[in-house]
Design a binder for this molecule. Sequence first.
Ligand code: ATP
Length: 247
Amino acid sequence: MSNDVKVSVRNLTKCFGDLKVLDNISFDIKKGEFICVVGPTGCGKTTFLNLLTRLIPQTSGEILIDGEPADPKKHNISFVFQEPSAFSWLTTQENIEYGLRIKKMPEEYIKQQSDKVISLLGLDRFRDAYPHEMSVSMEQRVVIGRAFAMNPDLLLMDEPYGQMDIKMRFFLEDEVIKLWKATGATVLFITHNLEEAVYLAERVLVLSAKPATIKAQVPINIERPRKVSDPAFIEVRKQITDMIKWW
Ligand SMILES: Nc1ncnc2c1ncn2[C@@H]1O[C@H](COP(=O)(O)OP(=O)(O)OP(=O)(O)O)[C@@H](O)[C@H]1O
């Protein structure tokens, strides 16, 4: 396995009784890569995430992180869901530092990471605010900051902007790219929104309907910051849309 591969998914299959949900999925994620996964409703994206976090066992196949079987005790996998999940009894800073404290990281490192993330997110004024004092989008930004601050081996994001309006989405998408660039995190981002996938990803994995297989892997070689009106952008989005018309 090449050195720059962070996560390797090999022949992953998942059945619930007679129902096959994932069928022989194989792909690699490079260190520091940003991958988006798109697929039809009910194709097994949640099952796929649950396997990656080792919440449920696979039927066959394997998931390797740095060449070793993925293990939550050894590897640091962070995730962000659609529903914001900041801890209500903690301030912004305490939320961002939470995971680092659980991991018993040195105090100096915790401070350095939270300062960096708070500054990247422009949340200085809200450092001491509690989630109930913030909007839903602000709370989600804190949760995303907490995930990046952990310096995870793999950051899984499941439709994190699903609830936001379009203007807020553009803002948050730019913000996540800023965090990704500054931290060098390896990100797997699930979305139903093809424009979002092309805007964010270095590579888009297109899943088929259930049982999910990888229908295509589309590299997105468009310079950042990307513009949705750029002919190259429109072309790739159209290419993926055509691919999934049979959903
Ligand atoms: N524990 C389980 N036992 C039996 N069947 C299950 C179980 N979990 C999921 N399934 C089935 O697996 C299929 C895929 O479900 P999953 O929730 O992974 O899809 P999804 O792609 O995340 O859906 P959505 O796009 O709506 O988020 C569904 O048919 C579901 O009924």
